[in-house]
Design a protein around this ligand. Structure first.
Ligand code: PGA
Length: 250
């Protein structure tokens, strides 16, 4: 099984207005003019911008940040994977730690959401990661591998799923694990994927997320089994995000 295709995905979280399409256009321009990058590039804007971004995007892929487990129905305020597909997006982040923390989402629910994303023939980007307390207690691998096992649905194949390892304490804090720590966790996730999917598990992209920025992207992206980044804050400005993509222009 070939090495996974790398992916640099921007998670805009609850940021962005209609005028933000200028940022997308700037990024598209930088990608068109720059050296070709050996990775896919994705932006996951808020729901309100999905359709317009999907319409305007040329090379950049568009993803959403969450979805409901049902296709439609009486769920005020929720959005289904079917609606997201209809908007033109091709991927959906599920199980982000902010959803797990703010909305009490369990790995079981995350797996149900991911199953629906797969059913819609979209790609789930399944997020896992330990809190600082869990890390300090030496439980990082236990927590992360439990989340990986419980959040990947039965319907998953190596071809239709992406994993993102995001230590909760590194998100939005400017702090990152050492490359050696990232390597250990990604190697353990890879092993778990190979146990589950056999040789094909080698082809699943495992992204690193948490305070990725232009100045640390090259180092983090060169760690074995790191196949891209899930980027929050530094994805909002095209120049910063493009600086992260540079890690794949070497
Ligand atoms: P950050 O967020 O890059 O701002 O740390 C990453 C994420 O939450 O996906």
């Amino acid at each position: 099984m070939a090495k996974p295709r790398s992916l640099v995905a921007g998670n805009w979280k609850m940021n962005g207005f209609s005028e933000s399409s200028a940022e997308l256009n700037t990024l598209e321009g930088m990608i068109a003019k720059g050296k070709p990058a050996n990775c896919d590039v994705m932006i996951c804007p808020p729901y309100t911008l999905l359709a317009s971004f999907a319409e305007a995007a040329k090379t950049v892929l568009v993803g959403a940040q969450d979805c409901h487990t049902d296709d439609s129905g009486a769920h005020t305020g929720d959005i289904s994977a079917a609606m997201i597909k209809d908007s033109g997006a091709t991927a959906i982040i599920v199980g982000h730690s902010e959803r797990r923390a703010d909305h009490g989402e369990s790995s079981k629910l995350v797996a149900e959401k991911a199953a629906k994303v797969i059913e819609m023939k979209l790609t789930p980007i399944i997020c896992v990661g330990e809190t600082e307390d869990e890390r300090d207690a030496g439980k990082t691998l236990d927590i992360v591998l439990d989340q990986v096992k419980a959040s990947i649905p039965m319907q998953a194949t190596a071809a239709n799923v992406v994993i993102a390892y995001e230590p909760v304490w590194a998100i939005g804090t400017g702090r990152t694990p050492t490359p050696a720590d990232v390597q250990d966790v990604h190697a353990a996730i890879r092993k778990t994927l190979e146990t589950r999917f056999g040789e094909a598990g080698k082809g699943i992209a495992i992204l690193y997320g948490g305070s990725v920025k232009p100045s640390n992207a090259s180092e983090l992206m060169s760690v074995p089994n790191v196949n891209g980044a899930l980027v929050g804050g530094a994805s909002l400005k095209a120049t910063d995000f493009n600086g992260i993509i540079d890690a794949y222009r070497k």
